[in-house]
Design a protein around this ligand. Structure first.
Ligand code: ADP
Length: 454
């Protein structure tokens, strides 16, 4: 942690230092610096999050305001926001996170007790359930964003990438700062559309239910035999990507210019790669809440094994790891997948006899494997919702979830230990490089370029 320094910009904010003493900087994320502070009026210890990106600040405030009162979402005490200044959010201070819990257990070389795993999972599910009931898709669920207080209560944090589906955030208005009126801390974004939001929410769940029923019916018809696609390993990107940085930059997983969030679509370049759903890796821009459910499955698997489920070193490697476990993605595994933007241009060799998730979860019970399978599956419509999982028999069977007060809460936060695989998290926001794949043949095409893995 950095010692206090008056050079931080937060010290220049008179309205903040009038109410808070800045104690130390405790973290820095992609768009923010986070400080531990003391509220002068009552000595309450808080986190002051100074967000350097307008959209990220807006999304976080909007989502947290809607989710206030949810026991497993970080509390937003107040916020400061003026024109031409970074937003500063005053959040409850939470000392550690789930990444540290996993790291700690790994260092001690003993797995987490099942009763503790279940309690962590249930808390995460409650938090995600609150988000999804409000049609908020978090888009960056990972152990480091699941903060934990001294009392063992886990809270979802870092809503800087969150979007509210079906509400103003879903159309162009959210991307337009001037469409919102705000003066200092009185910004009331997202209000006034509750009725419309409710209708869309119901409609969303109705369609989801329909899809689930349809998929279950299709499951019965196991004779359906759709041939696998290409067997070459080919990926295609846009010309501009390769012009910029042919081997270091990523495949083009960001929304194409003409169909970005400004045009009402979502971007596919969200979330930390290891937890990113396959629809995002294939460039989807009209995904739903289900991307969080995939991340949830990856987090659960990690709690069970203490190792990341799919630690991809690049986006293609990420997809390749998934395919090597689940098998090739085809219309049988996920009806409609061939319409994904990048489906036709990224293909992998045929994986004969994929080992399945069991292979990634050795020594875990069939119920635990089944739980992860309900989330880590190709077809988003087949992923179990947080509400469904909260009623899963796994949580009502022995060993029962331990009381929150009996959870082992690490004393500090995972450090900057270079030997720890966790330090990679810092780099996972940036995208892939192709070096892991050895020589590649790159050919310019009419619309972009193609990469052939020999
Ligand atoms: P970003 O949106 O830039 O990713 P985060 O919200 O992830 O920022 O915050 C960066 C770091 O600051 C976190 O990894 C964590 O260490 C710390 N942090 C964030 N929120 C809190 C909080 N409420 N209490 C304590 N520490 C926090």
């Amino acid at each position: 942690m950095d010692p206090p320094s008056k050079s931080w910009s937060i010290h220049t904010r008179s309205e903040i230092i009038a109410k808070y003493q800045i104690l130390e900087r405790v973290g820095a994320g992609a768009y923010a610096d986070v400080y531990r502070g003391r509220r002068l009026s009552d000595d309450l210890i808080v986190a002051l999050k100074e967000i350097h990106d307008y959209q990220s600040a807006f999304r976080e405030i909007d989502a947290l305001q809607i989710l206030q009162g949810s026991p497993n979402v970080v509390v937003l005490h107040e916020y400061f926001w003026r024109e031409d200044e970074d937003a500063v959010l005053v959040l409850e201070y939470l000392r550690t996170d789930l990444a540290t819990v996993i790291d700690d257990a790994k260092k001690k070389k003993n797995g987490l007790p099942v009763g503790e795993i279940k309690r962590w999972m249930m808390q995460i599910l409650c938090g995600v359930d609150s988000c999804h009931r409000n049609m908020i898709v978090h888009r960056d669920l990972k152990p480091g964003n699941l903060l934990i207080g001294d009392d063992g209560i886990l809270k979802l944090a870092d809503f800087g990438q969150a979007r509210i589906l079906g509400e103003p955030g879903f159309d162009t208005s959210e991307e337009n700062p001037q469409t919102y009126e705000h003066d200092g801390s009185s910004l009331q974004a997202g209000s006034g559309n509750q009725e419309q939001g409710t209708v869309l929410r119901e409609e969303y769940f109705r369609v989801l239910d329909e899809l689930k029923t349809k998929r279950s019916a299709e499951d019965i018809d196991k004779d359906t035999n759709i041939p696998d696609g290409n067997t070459s390993c080919l990926a295609t990107c846009t010309t501009s990507d390769i012009d910029d940085d042919p081997l270091k930059s990523s495949f083009s997983y960001e929304a194409r210019e003409d169909e970005g969030e400004e045009a009402g679509c979502l971007t596919s370049c969200v979330g930390t790669r290891w937890f990113r759903a396959p629809e995002l890796l294939y460039g989807s821009t009209n995904y739903g809440l289900e991307i969080d459910l995939w991340s949830l499955g990856c987090i659960f698997a990690e709690l069970l094994t203490l190792d990341p489920l799919f630690p991809g070193t690049a986006d293609i490697d990420q997809l390749s790891r998934i395919i090597n476990v689940l098998g090739n993605l085809d219309e049988k595994a996920w009806p409609g997948c061939s319409k994904l933007p990048d489906y036709g241009i990224i293909s992998f060799s045929k994986v004969e006899n994929p080992p399945g998730l069991e292979a990634c979860l050795p020594n875990r019970s069939p119920d635990e494997v089944a739980l992860v399978k309900k989330l880590v599956c190709y077809d988003p419509a087949k992923r179990a919702t947080a509400t469904e999982l909260l009623h899963d028999k796994y949580f009502n069977e022995e060993p029962l979830p331990v009381p929150v007060s009996e959870l082992h809460v690490p004393l500090n936060r995972k450090g900057e230990d270079e030997n720890s695989p966790w330090h990679d998290y810092n780099y996972m926001g940036s995208d892939s490089d192709l070096e892991d794949f050895g020589p590649v043949n790159i050919t310019k095409t009419g619309t972009g370029f193609s990469i052939q893995f020999p």
